[in-house]
Design a protein around this ligand. Sequence first.
Ligand code: FAD
Length: 487
Amino acid sequence: MPPSAPSAGWTDGRGDAVLVERLRAIVGEGGVVADPAGLQAYRGDSVHRAEGGILCVARPAGTEQVADVVRACRAAAVPIVPRGGGTGFAGGSLPMPGQSVVMVSLERMRRIRSLDPVGDVIVVDAGCVLHEVRQAAAAAGRVLGLDHGGAGSSSIGGNVATNAGGNNVVRYGMARDQVLGIEAVLADGSVRGPPAGLRKSNAGYDLRHLLTGSEGTLALITAVALKLRPAPVACVTAMLGVASPQQAVELFALARTYFGDAISAFELMSRPALEFHFAHVGARREPLADPTPWLALLECESTSRFMDLDAAIQGLFEQALADGLVSTGSVATSLAQRRSMWALREGIAVAMGAASYHIVKTDTAVPTGSVAEFIRRADLDVERALPGSRTVAFGHVGDGNIHLNILPPAGMPDQQFRTRSQELAAAIDEIALSLGGTVSAEHGIGQAKRQALRRMLPAPEMALMRAIKRAFDPDGVFNPGKMIADD
Ligand SMILES: Cc1cc2nc3c(=O)[nH]c(=O)nc-3n(C[C@H](O)[C@H](O)[C@H](O)COP(=O)(O)OP(=O)(O)OC[C@H]3O[C@@H](n4cnc5c(N)ncnc54)[C@H](O)[C@@H]3O)c2cc1C
């Protein structure tokens, strides 16, 4: 983790003990975790590990308790780190080096507050797990347009706080596009809410959009009103073998003409990414009879039984073959086949997550039409910077979001490779920026990407962000040092 100067104050050991007792009085004996063994579960996210720095984890059972916890921490000048499922990739839910924080986890706040099938709105506690909310929507014949590999353990609060993306952005947009209203506890302990479920409201600045993607730096999100959509009645999933990223991008454009907005996912996997997954699980399961250098995973869904998805996929496949865009492919004919296609894609993310310490991970996005150029230049620059290292590309090509990770040259010790990691990640970021892209497509900034954000944004924009932070959180109670530190 990069060093930082925390902006909130510090208590001595006696003050710490008083604060922990005060928090116990607010959330109850079982609501505080302070023993070293119990704290272990909160010391990591999907990539990083933080040693020390957690006074205790406060686990409030309701919004009023959250407000009391915030007031107590602010009075004691102890920073708060909001914590969801701890599945993030940017170190946002972990204390910074040198800090001593209270972590506030909403894991006890998991109520589905309401589901309105007429307005298509679900209101949920921020501690609900994404998968639970998707299930609640499905039980009502609706779908929540947010899904990704971390759905089983990430919280709605975390997803909104990071403006999570995932597999279905191409059809439904990011987390932001699902959010209708937010209830949140502000730095002075006041509660903003309850979350409005309105489809329309032009009443001043839209703070919901400021809080979405704020990564716990502005307020603690306690509940969210989310947009629901009609559940699809038909779905088609296909794995298509392509020779290059350029062919994949052209295939995506062609698929648009056959399916329009019905495309719900268009993912790309490189051969090295597949091999990495096979090695991780210790088994080789080729999805197509003839292995190809790249695979595109296409999924389309329709909410109308009158749309003929089977005819559309057949037409697309024939045209793509004729145009030389695909060489082979397979359409799932059962739920099991569909799941096994997705298991391959998600398995790559899991394998990369497990190897995080040994590799360089990036999360850039470029305009979709520039994806092939981005991958081509990244391959060249990485090989030039560190001969023998290998790039592994996969991701949401329909959104221009390629996770381009870098593996060390064979035999290079971890320590040696890690001394080069920032330089390599910065090289990838630079290529994305030169193509009009971003250094963080969906994982956020947290601790890990602060320098990258500074390289990307002009100084006046960074200054505006700091002014917003000061307006919301003048004492730096929430996640100090994250995202837009003053350093
Ligand atoms: C296998 C796998 C695949 C993944 N795939 C994707 C993907 O495709 N797309 C994607 O976007 N992400 C993906 N993720 C990453 C992760 O699931 C998301 O970033 C998710 O949104 C984090 O949610 P969380 O509850 O775990 O938050 P945490 O990791 O606990 O926290 C993340 C940030 O949000 C803040 N925060 C958490 N809760 C609150 C709250 N209630 N109020 C205010 N701030 C809060 C934290 O302080 C921190 O800054 C994946 C993760 C895994 C493990």
